[in-house]
Design a protein around this ligand. Structure first.
Ligand code: ADP
Ligand code: MG
Length: 369
C-alpha cells in the first residue's frame, strides 16, 4: 500500500483545439490520500471525478501537475506499471471467461498459488453475494452482478498499492448497497487497503470515507472528514450538497445597530452573538447578500416561539411520514419553504400555523455570491 498525492493537476480534453476549443474538466486539483485510508471524491455528475481517477490510473494524460504513488512520480508511467487495482463503471470483464476466472485473472498473472486464489475468491464472493454465479459467463449477468464481479476482481489484489473505484455500487438495489457500504469499509480497514472511491452519492461518501474531497465544475470545494463537511461546510455548494433532506437556505443581510449585529430577512430578525457578527462583517464579501442556512434535522416544530432559540413562523404545507421520522414542509411565503425533520409523526396538521426553532449554534451563514 502507498500514499497517493495529486498536486495541482489540470485536465483539458481536446487540448489540440487550443484555448478556445479545449474542454476544461479538472482545474488545479490537489489532495493526499494517506496510506491505508479511504478517500472519496464526491460531487455531481460532470464535476471531474472520473477524469481525476483515470489520471491516477494512467488511463488519461495529465495536462498539468503531478501525481505520485508512494515516492514515485507516475505522470508518464504506463497503467500496468502503476500497481493499482481498479473497479470502474464500465465493467471490462472478459466475455469468454467465467466469473471465477475473471476474478482469478489478475492473481494468476501474478502467479498466486491456486489454493490461495480459491480462498481469496470465496471470501470476496461471499462478501459481495456472488457465490452462486462464479461459474457463469459475463453475458448472462445483470448490470448489478457485473458490477460486483468487477469490484471483486479489484478487491482480491493484495499486491496493489492503491485500489481505485468509480461508482462501484451504483447499480445495486438499496438493501445490497447499504450492506456493501458497511462491508467495503470493514474490508478496507481489515486488509489495510488504500482506497480512492468516486461517487455522486453523499451517503456513500459520508458513511465510508476517512476524508472526502468535494468537487464541483472541475474544482475542489472542500476537503475534510465527513463530520467536518457536515458541521462546517465552507461554502453554499458544500452545504447544499451534503445532508438529506438538504439544508434550508434563506436570503438575508447583516445589520448593525450600536454595537449589536442582526441578521435580517423578510421572515426574521436574529440578534447575533457579537463575535459572529463582527466575524461576518469582517470576512464576508457582501454582508448585504448573505444566506442563512439550517439543517432540517436541527430544527424543532412547536406551537409557539422559543425565546432561547431562533424561531420562524410558517404554515404547514405538507407532512411526509418516513417511518422513524417525518419531513414537515412549511410555507413562509408562497415561494419560500422550510423543511423540518421531526422524530415520529408531528402533533400538527396540514394548514396549521406553526413555529420552527433552532439553537444559535446550528445556524450557518454563507456568502450569497
Ligand atoms: P464525473 O465523473 O464527475 O461525472 P467526468 O470526469 O466524467 O465527470 O467529466 C468531467 C467533464 O469532462 C465533463 O464536462 C465531461 O463532459 C468532460 N469529459 C469527460 N470525458 C471527456 C472526453 N473524453 N472528451 C471531452 N470531454 C470529456
Ligand atoms: Mg464519472
Amino acid at each position: 500500500m502507498a500514499e497517493v498525492r495529486v498536486e495541482h493537476v489540470w485536465k483539458f480534453y481536446r487540448e489540440e483545439l487550443g484555448e478556445s476549443g479545449r474542454v476544461l474538466a479538472v482545474e488545479d486539483v490537489s489532495f493526499v490520500c494517506e496510506d491505508k485510508s479511504f478517500l472519496c471524491l464526491l460531487g455531481p455528475s460532470g464535476c471531474g471525478k472520473t477524469t481525476t481517477l483515470r489520471m491516477i490510473a494512467g488511463l488519461e494524460k495529465i495536462s498539468k501537475g503531478d501525481i505520485y504513488i508512494g515516492q514515485r512520480k507516475v505522470n508518464n508511467l504506463h497503467p500496468r506499471d502503476r500497481q493499482i487495482a481498479m473497479a470502474f463503471e464500465s465493467y471490462a470483464l472478459y466475455p469468454p471467461l467465467t466469473v471465477f476466472d475473471n476474478i482469478a485473472f489478475p492473481l494468476r498473472a501474478r502467479k498466486y498459488p491456486e489454493k490461495k486464489i480459491r480462498d481469496k475468491i470465496n471470501t470476496v464472493a461471499e462478501l459481495l453475494e456472488i457465490q452462486d454465479i462464479l461459474n457463469h459467463r459475463p453475458a448472462r449477468l445483470s448490470g448489478g452482478e457485473q458490477q460486483r464481479v468487477s469490484l471483486a476482481r479489484a478487491l482480491v489484489r493484495e499486491d496493489a498499492l492503491v485500489t481505485l473505484m468509480d461508482e462501484p455500487i451504483s447499480h445495486l438495489d438499496s438493501q445490497l448497497k447499504a450492506k456493501l457500504r458497511i462491508e467495503l469499509k470493514r474490508v478496507q480497514e481489515e486488509w489495510g487497503l488504500t482506497v480512492i472511491y468516486v461517487t455522486h452519492d453523499q451517503l456513500e461518501a459520508l458513511s465510508m470515507a476517512d476524508r472526502v474531497v468535494v468537487m464541483n465544475l472541475g474544482r475542489i470545494q472542500q476537503i475534510g472528514s465527513p463530520i467536518e463537511l457536515y458541521e462546517k461546510p465552507s461554502n453554499l455548494f458544500v452545504a447544499g450538497f451534503i445532508g438529506e433532506p438538504p439544508m434550508n437556505f434563506i436570503e438575508c443581510a447583516l445589520a448593525k445597530e450600536g454595537d449589536k449585529f442582526f441578521l435580517r430577512s423578510t421572515f426574521f430578525n436574529f440578534e447575533l452573538d457579537r463575535g459572529l457578527g463582527s466575524e461576518i462583517a469582517k470576512e464576508s464579501k457582501a454582508p448585504q447578500k448573505l444566506i442563512m442556512g439550517v439543517r432540517p434535522g436541527d430544527m424543532t416544530l412547536g406551537k409557539s416561539e422559543d425565546a432561547e432559540s431562533y424561531s420562524l413562523q410558517g404554515q404547514i404545507f405538507s407532512i411526509e411520514p418516513h417511518g422513524e421520522s417525518s419531513v414537515v414542509i412549511l410555507n413562509l411565503e408562497k415561494d419560500v419553504q422550510i423543511y423540518v425533520e421531526v422524530p415520529g409523526l408531528p402533533e400538527a396538521a396540514e394548514g396549521e400555523v406553526a413555529w420552527v426553532s433552532f439553537s444559535k449554534q446550528k445556524m450557518h451563514v454563507f456568502d450569497g455570491e
